[in-house]
Design a binder for this molecule. Sequence first.
Ligand code: SAM
Length: 309
Amino acid sequence: MMLAEPELLVAQRVEMFHQRQILVQLQRRIVGRLMERKSQCSEVQDAPPDDGLLPDRLCAAPAFHVNAKICDVRSGMDTPSSSARVCGERPFYDLHAEAYDLIINDPVKPWCDAVDAQLARSSSILDAGCGTGRHAAEMIARGHVVDLADAAPRLLAQAAARCPSARTQLIDICLLPTADHDAVMCRGVLNDMVSDGERAAAIASLARSLRAGGKLFLDVREAEASRERADGEPRTRSGFTSRTTWDNGLLRVRETYAMGGDVVEYQFTMRPWSVGSLTGLLRDNGLRNVSVGGGVGRRTPDRLFVVAF
Ligand SMILES: C[S@@+](CC[C@H](N)C(=O)[O-])C[C@H]1O[C@@H](n2cnc3c(N)ncnc32)[C@H](O)[C@@H]1O
């Protein structure tokens, strides 16, 4: 429907108001969580030291959230994909987001070396599903211009604090706007997309964020190797335990978080990729040159490093 100019103005104002409301709600939620965390922290600090692991280090974590800027809240977040919904629920991405870097601490250099080697100096890069911005920060340090996108407010807030020069979008990466980045990197994210529709939407969305000839760098879990690793055995690090089983092409993950007080359980599903289905989707979206190799900088053998342009 075409709107007359005054109606258009009103519609734009309503949209801006709506976006501000979302931002205010987000900030309230973040500040509330931070206050909660602070009161938990003082209890922990008063208690005798136990194994010296996570709680003390959590207490020492800087107050990222209050200062972080989230400069662009898109209305796409009103109808998120299921992976984007998980971003607001999974304790790893939300309640215990401060622990993310303590648990996922694989070195950033191998990935950044591999991406950097294929880019011109000062390239513009979108880090889609940037998490806490570890790789983005390293690419900025190497002279590239990086935009951050993620659907988990508390991870994105850490990334924004770590990369003050970066533009930051709280957004479902299945709904990215058309853009002309020289490169998009999307590391460890596409496994969270389970349905065919969501996977197709994610690849199309990443592809349309690139300029013609721009490069897409992916890290995904490979199906057969993931199946072998999914033995249901508990894997524990710093109060975080996960158990993964294979279920007809899906990874069923049960996580237990014994950190900073209550024990929290969370279950979710991931879907690893076959080279054929990934390559097919990339080609359908105009990325015809696809190279697939073993994971880069990963501690486990179930990952693929994919470059497409
Ligand atoms: C396993 S973490 C990887 C983070 C980072 N790329 C890294 O390598 O450390 C997956 C990230 O993808 C984000 N994510 C998952 N689904 C998403 C979606 N639909 N839209 C935006 N972000 C998403 C999560 O919030 C999380 O930050």
